[in-house]
Design a protein around this ligand. Sequence first.
Ligand code: FMN
Length: 181
Amino acid sequence: MAVIYHSNYGHTQRVAEAIVTGARQQLPETQAKAVDVNDVDWDFLDQADLLVFGSAVYMGSVTAGFKTFMDATSKRWYHGKWQGKWAAGFANSGGLSGDKLAVLQQICLYSMQHGMNWIGLPLKPTGHEPHDLNRLSSNLGLMSQSLDGPPEETPGVGDIDTAIWFGDHLAKTIIKHQPTS
Ligand SMILES: Cc1cc2nc3c(=O)[nH]c(=O)nc-3n(C[C@H](O)[C@H](O)[C@H](O)COP(=O)(O)O)c2cc1C
């Protein structure tokens, strides 16, 4: 499982790492990795069963850095290299909404172009306070909010715990559907 992200200031990276932490509750450490779009291990991505894509929201869209990564995969699209893999997504931004849904939709559509199978976030919000799980009530993928402050402080505990829950859920899903030989 690879968690591919773009983060200029570290907040989206923290979310990516929390997803990996959750996944490692189910998978050996070497089988779940965060991958920065500026330093892509293409072999790891090509061998992974699940690709989780995440971006900070810039002007209602994925960042330019994440889009560069998307476009760099067009040859893989042409050859159907990622067809049948699992996919999931996350979006982090400063606003409460911040148009994160547009980014999740963009990432989902990108995954559909690659012929991948999307996994959403089937978690009912426990409330809308900072410590609550899925307080932003997203189901297409994970949303998190980073306010002014360093990545160690924001996104807050509820959003980070939701990311850990999501990683754990994703790993369980791929394990459950592993073909038996
Ligand atoms: C050029 C630019 C555009 C942005 N556009 C949005 C936006 O559309 N919606 C939003 O909620 N936040 C927006 N933000 C705020 C970022 O999403 C926020 O700072 C986020 O924490 C960046 O994540 P990072 O630390 O991983 O880079 C924007 C920031 C920049 C610099």
